[in-house]
Design a protein around this ligand. Structure first.
Ligand SMILES: [Zn+2]
Length: 295
């Protein structure tokens, strides 16, 4: 990975294969310090954050891309979310871990849900079975089934460092392909080369060193990186929306009992509170009817 947290795309001349490299360290430190997950859970969450960053480069929208793993294992939920500008955040939910190994944390059955929420436009959701509790494998299945694209992902996370390598073969373009003198064997050859990358190399080499190590006989171009960082998009306004969904009666009950509604962001731990005035503002009609809007 590079010395900073970045996403870097690369391409090969005369082929339809695209690639990406992602490395995360500071972002993980920020996510981990706000939670207290056991190390194997941190590693899984790190893998999912890398996967979200890799996928974000394949969709051309302004908005949020999230990956959610739901399983019947000790880790019931993993959620990683990224915005097009490189912001990342994530959480995990777990039951008693006892002596579960990393491989069994996601149980026997589960699913991986990919959600794309553009700032403008329609929300998209895709779901695949979780294959062998393996995030990379499951995403390869998703691209094969939903997009008919051959894709390979290599993702690792340990000791507070996470990194991923992504290769995808884009569809051929017929006549244009012939004109461009496209190398038909590139996909197989590049995958065989990528297969030789060791985990410690993926985690600790610079991106240009990784590409040189794997593809020094290929014409590969590495593009400028997009910086990635932890940032939580929570706000009092966004929580207000959740409160309006709970409804006036329940919100008013809590204020009557506890003077205010307290809510903590599950991603970053930020505390929020809503007073009687806030509830009046959220539900002006109901609170006036109930005599609460008058002072
Ligand atoms: Zn937050």
């Amino acid at each position: 990975m590079a010395s900073n947290d970045i996403l870097q795309r690369f391409t090969f001349d005369h082929s339809h294969v695209r690639g990406e490299l992602v490395g995360l360290k500071q972002t993980l430190a920020e996510v981990y310090q706000r939670q207290s997950y056991p190390e194997p859970v941190n590693n899984l969450l790190g893998e999912l954050l890398v996967a979200a960053a890799l996928l974000s480069a394949t969709v051309k929208i302004e908005g949020i891309l999230s990956l959610q793993v739901q399983s019947d294992g000790p880790v019931s939920l993993l959620l990683a979310e990224t915005r097009h500008d490189g912001q990342l955040r994530g959480i995990a939910r777990m039951n008693e871990l006892s002596d579960a190994t990393e491989a069994s944390l996601l149980g026997e059955k589960g699913q991986l849900i990919i959600t794309i929420e553009p700032d403008q436009g329609r929300r998209y959701q895709g779901i695949v079975e979780l294959e062998d509790g393996n995030i990379a494998k499951s995403l390869e299945g998703y691209f094969r089934q939903s997009e008919q694209l051959d894709t390979h992902l290599w993702i690792s996370c340990e000791n507070g460092v996470a990194a991923g390598l992504f290769l995808q073969e884009l569809p051929a373009l017929g006549e244009v392909q012939e004109a461009m003198d496209v190398d038909e064997d590139a996909w197989n050859r590049l995958n065989q080369l990528a297969q030789t990358l060791r985990t410690d190399e993926l985690l600790h080499l610079d991106n240009d060193e990784i590409l040189h190590r794997l593809f020094h006989e290929e014409k590969v171009r590495l593009y400028d990186g997009q910086p990635l960082r932890f940032n939580c998009s929570c706000s009092k306004e966004r929580l207000s929306v959740a409160l309006t969904q709970i409804g006036y009666a329940e919100c008013q009950d809590i204020v009557d009992e506890q003077k205010k509604i307290r809510a903590d962001c599950q991603f970053c731990g930020q505390h929020y509170s809503f007073t009687q005035d806030d509830v009046n503002g959220l539900f002006p009609l109901e609170s006036a009817k109930n005599g609460k809007g008058l002072h």
